[in-house]
Design a protein around this ligand. Sequence first.
Ligand SMILES: NC(=O)c1ccc[n+]([C@@H]2O[C@H](COP(=O)([O-])OP(=O)(O)OC[C@H]3O[C@@H](n4cnc5c(N)ncnc54)[C@H](O)[C@@H]3O)[C@@H](O)[C@H]2O)c1
Ligand SMILES: *[C@@H]1O[C@H](CO)[C@@H](O)[C@H](O)[C@H]1NC(C)=O
Ligand SMILES: *[C@@H]1O[C@H](CO)[C@@H](O)[C@H](O)[C@H]1NC(C)=O
Ligand SMILES: *[C@@H]1O[C@H](CO)[C@@H](O)[C@H](O)[C@H]1NC(C)=O
Length: 350
Amino acid sequence: MLTLLTSMYLVMRTVSSRAEPIRVLVTGAAGQIAYSLLYSIAKGDVFGKDQPIILILLDIPPMLPVLDGVVMELQDCALPILKEVIPTDKVEVAFKDIDAAILVGSMPRKEGMERKDLLKANVAIFKTQGAALDKYAKKTVKVVVVGNPANTNCLIASKSAPSIPKENFSCLTRLDHNRACSQVAMRCGVSSDQVKNVIIWGNHSSTQYPDVHHAKVNLQGAETEAYQAIKDDAWLRGDFISTVQQRGAAVIKARKLSSAMSAAKAICDHMRDIWFGTKEGEFVSMGVYASGNSYNIPEDLIYSFPVQIKNKTWKVVDGLPINDFSRAKMDATAAELVEERDTALDFLSQ
Ligand SMILES: NC(=O)c1ccc[n+]([C@@H]2O[C@H](COP(=O)([O-])OP(=O)(O)OC[C@H]3O[C@@H](n4cnc5c(N)ncnc54)[C@H](O)[C@@H]3O)[C@@H](O)[C@H]2O)c1
Ligand SMILES: *[C@@H]1O[C@H](CO)[C@@H](O)[C@H](O)[C@H]1NC(C)=O
Ligand SMILES: *[C@@H]1O[C@H](CO)[C@@H](O)[C@H](O)[C@H]1NC(C)=O
Ligand SMILES: *[C@@H]1O[C@H](CO)[C@@H](O)[C@H](O)[C@H]1NC(C)=O
């Protein structure tokens, strides 16, 4: 029996190590998040240790020399599953036949730039990239949008790629999710893997609502409600929420640069869960298309929900009881997204 299992395992390993490479695109590839992200992808942390990968790196023309440096370093990592690295500034090269797209690059806010102008510039970028997905990518491509404003950029990309299922687009709120997990874990004196089912609702911004009403903490083997484990409602409804909401700004203030290492780690968590599924009985947060959700969130938004993923298909975890405190916060962040969507859609139709 054991030999049979062992030989089956060996056969499976041989098969998978001969697997066709998948094509993974990272945009903003000369930037700081990508610099932390690419190594993890290329060594198998996201798509599996035996899955050969072709990495495609897209950035804008002035960044091509920097991209060359990144390519050299990836080569110098001597990673067995990394079959090829393709740097480019052309969408028709970048999006060709891709299996996964991690859209990190976006227009950054510049000194004196109006919010509306920033949004307009990003609508233009994500319209182009959405159209390129539509035209060149595999129809099963999984797209994760990271570049801010992530929720709205994701919506624009999806609307510009009508031939790809809306469900295959998501935006990153896993960093906020991980921040919330970690805050709870530190407060309870346990490691972060002992905390599960925190939720980030809404926009990836300071109006996001980090919710631990459904979270569980493993305290010495006993699964305990987070509110019971922490026993400090004032902290949970006050400083905990604002710490998570303001964490990005706090990192910028301290580091003079935005979160990159933790953002890269969150992108890996997010994409790995799409690829391999979430753990039984656990859910994670991601910005997904709000349609037919049971939480009365307006449709036609990319809104962060608790989701479970199986067979590369996510489902919003429906029917969690929502109290008045949570309701107000979920609605506030939705209202912000509705306003941003409407402005963005005006730009899209221009
Ligand atoms: N959703 C999240 O949780 C989260 C977390 C952290 C950062 N972010 C966002 O991620 C983005 C990237 O952050 P970073 O620190 O790596 O920034 P960065 O400025 O270091 O890098 C961004 C890169 O994107 C490139 N770029 C710009 N426009 C592009 C385009 N049209 N096509 C391809 N590449 C393009 C730039 O040239 C640059 O190399 C920012 O928008 C940031 O706000 C999101
Ligand atoms: C939503 O969040 C993004 C990312 O932080 C931010 O850029 C955007 O301004 C927010 N939307 C609104 C309408 O505040
Ligand atoms: C998994 O998804 C694929 C593609 O949508 C589908 O063909 C297949 O039947 C699904 N498998 C299971 C076990 O649900
Ligand atoms: C992406 O689209 C395919 C094909 O329609 C579907 O089977 C799959 O579940 C979608 N993926 C996600 C992550 O929802």
